[in-house]
Design a protein around this ligand. Sequence first.
Ligand code: FES
Ligand SMILES: [Fe+2]
Length: 355
Amino acid sequence: MSWEIDEDISRAGTIDPRIHTDAALHQRCVDRALLPSWQLVPVGEPAQAITPFTLLEGSLDEPLLLTRDGEAERVLSNVCTHRGALLADAPSDRAGLRCPYHGRRFDLAGAMTGCPGFEDAADFPRPEDDLAAPAFERVGPLRFVSLAPRLDFDAWAAPLRESLAEFEGEALRFDPAGSHGYELDASWALYCENYLEGFHVPFVHPGLNAGLDFSRYRTELLPHGARQLGFASGEEPRLAQATEDGLVADYLWLYPNLMVNVYAWGISVNLVEPRGVGRARIRYLRWVARPEHLGVGAGGDLGQVEREDQEIVRSVQRGMASRLYPGGRFSPRHETGAHHFQRLLAADLGAPESL
Ligand code: FES
Ligand SMILES: [Fe+2]
């Protein structure tokens, strides 16, 4: 067992299972893999000018605000630059922010516009008295933020732009009724690994499998992600932009914890939020472009597929804590995606000097 995963999948062993069960290793994943990553802003479509949210609640726990001022959208710190009170606790349509603690004011761009009691302060205000604004980007309806970006956003997001080209010229509308979240007694990384191999589909998802031609199921590795392609065995709706006949599902994963599934009806986004050792929350957010295709084929009964995945991943979490599990190997034919994930994660974790 090791954090160094052999580049050659035919020889590689799986990552040290303790990353799923050990508090210090879990924290190392948070600090080294999640903190420097690009993260989805978990707001479907902001209805108001100010929308507070917590970035990765349960791990990064960063209080942020999404603000909208005409066409301009920004992500700002939700922490007052005076003594650190949170500025907003609910969405609102106010024209600015006023700190509930001592009345400091900010506009929707984060500039401090009032600071009662500071008339005699020297060397004030400084630039850092405005609200901090982490890196913020947008692709189609999806918004992203990073507190300490290590990867160039366009390089990371290039495969997502390709996936969303399916809906070029069409409107993807957020569907709150089709969006929800689940708490899961399993590590975020196990959920990602499970997503990254179609190997389990015939065993775990009999319903889904019946509509897919498993012999054509394919995984393509990307520098910072992986794409899995699902082909129909029947007549269900195809992806319009597909260059290959029968393509019905484009399952894109972007490192470390984002999944964007493209179906003929629209996109289902899964955000995997670490919530502590062996605990995660999966947010399912849905945007619909072609409602007439909802409910059929590979993108049909996603609730059932989600339940089947959660059940098997929970069982793997219990296995990870076994004193008798020796660590495993990868199917060279079916598990290139899971192998790739473990290699990227192992590289972020660095040498296990203290183990
Ligand atoms: S903490 Fe905001 S004004 Fe004091
Ligand atoms: Fe699955």
